[in-house]
Design a protein around this ligand. Structure first.
Ligand code: SF4
Length: 400
């Protein structure tokens, strides 16, 4: 208990050091540690261990590579509204190689990378941003004369941990999309792949376009605190951030459940903040914590759905950048409640969760209910579209 009390003693030297290093009041620092511990899903009191780890002068060396990408992951990390987030990230790690941020260029930069790798052999964290082109022996992306494939393998060899940041590095992301040119269909022009495919082994992935900087920071802090990376799902995503569907905690979920949908951008439903499912929101099939952890520390609702745009499923391989934006989402993990209001009952084709639940009861499977519900939502969507087309035609006629 004495140790715990020491950590919460706001007058201790470690906190004074953090305060001057980060220019952050020690009370705020402790609050931040508590938030990070909560983000990681750690039990109460774990903020003490997190604070100790963050105070430590032992900062892990980080080699950060950039390949096929827009640098949006780095930009979102550094352009966070809250000024201390960037400071915290740069304070808890020793960023020894980062092409966007380092002053060195050319041979100097390459020498810095090799020196950092040698000095921290077996201990450094390798972070990769961007997908890796595999076509034509990887010649579509070269840095310092090496292909991205060669550099990834060289840097991963002696790394203590490998983190793929952003959707591109996680599974190919935007560069892996298939072009509409028939001759190239089925594969991206450069054969863009994620880091795990290149290394042939799982790595920690933090997908998102861009990913939430807190998820990266929390992953690194977990490594610092416990000496290992956090538990991940089958796609390498930390479970603390990617174990729940966006739909499960969405602020518009009550509208979904009540059958209130925006039908087009700017319509009454959209202005009233109704559910964006019928505009193609992929929240029901996308695992991420976007609906619970705002972006850029700019306050509540600071995420696509909060701003009125459907989720495009950027954290989900096979959804983000692959499914058309307006295609309605597949419903996953739906356990229908016993009753819900009916949806567009005047159409006579209404979808309702109640009917879906009844079907589930007969079939004995909630999955069956989800399929039926999605199908019915599609039907009611078509009916509503037809009604709106008719109304528009009638208006045109009366105007003419
Ligand atoms: Fe939120 Fe999208 Fe689910 Fe609607 S469909 S509740 S907007 S996540």
């Amino acid at each position: 208990m004495g140790g715990m009390n020491d950590v919460f003693d706001l007058s201790r030297a470690g906190l004074a050091d953090v305060e001057s290093r980060l220019d952050m009041p020690r009370r705020d620092f402790m609050k931040f540690c508590a938030t990070l511990a909560a983000t990681l899903g750690l039990p109460a009191g774990a903020e003490a261990a997190v604070a100790k780890a963050m105070e430590s002068a032992q900062r892990p060396s980080v080699i950060w590579l950039h390949f096929q990408e827009c640098t949006g992951c780095t930009e979102s990390m550094l352009r966070a509204e809250h000024p201390t987030l960037e400071k915290l990230i740069l304070d808890v790690i020793s960023l020894d190689y980062h092409e966007t941020l380092m002053v060195a260029a050319g041979h100097q930069a390459e020498a810095a990378r090799k020196q950092a790798m040698e000095a921290n052999k077996g201990k450094y964290v390798l972070v990769i941003e961007g997908s890796i082109p595999t076509k034509d022996n990887g010649i579509h992306c070269k840095v310092g004369g090496q292909t991205a494939i060669e550099m990834t393998k060289e840097c991963a060899k002696d790394a203590a941990a490998v983190i793929a940041i952003g959707s591109c590095a996680s599974w190919g992301g935007m560069p892996s999309t298939h072009p509409s040119v028939a001759a190239l269909a089925g594969s991206s022009p450069t054969g863009a792949a994620g880091v795990a495919e290149i290394l042939g082994k799982p790595v920690v992935t933090i997908p998102g376009c861009p990913p939430n900087p807190y998820n990266f920071l929390a992953t690194v802090v977990h490594f610092l605190t416990f000496g290992k990376l956090p538990e991940v799902d089958q796609l390498g995503r930390p479970k603390f951030a990617y174990s729940r569907l966006i739909h499960e905690h969405c602020e518009r979920r009550a509208h979904f459940d009540a059958g209130r949908f925006a039908m087009e951008f700017g319509d009454e439903g959209h202005r009233k903040g109704y559910c964006l499912y019928k505009l193609g929101c992929k929240g029901p099939e996308t695992y991420a914590n976007c609906s619970t952890l705002g972006f850029g520390d700019a306050g509540e609702n600071n995420w696509p759905v909060g701003c009125g745009h459907p989720c495009i499923g950027c954290t989900e391989k096979g959804v983000g950048f692959h499914k058309p934006i307006h295609q309605v989402a597949k419903m996953l993990n739906v356990s229908p409640p016993t009753q819900y209001p009916r949806i567009v009952e005047e159409q006579g084709k209404a979808a309702s969760f109640a009917s879906a639940a009844a079907i589930a009861a007969i079939a004995g499977a909630a999955a069956g209910a989800a399929v039926m519900m999605t199908k019915n939502l599609g039907l009611s969507h078509e009916a509503e579209e037809l009604k709106r087309t008719k109304q528009a035609a009638a208006q045109d006629q009366s105007g003419a």
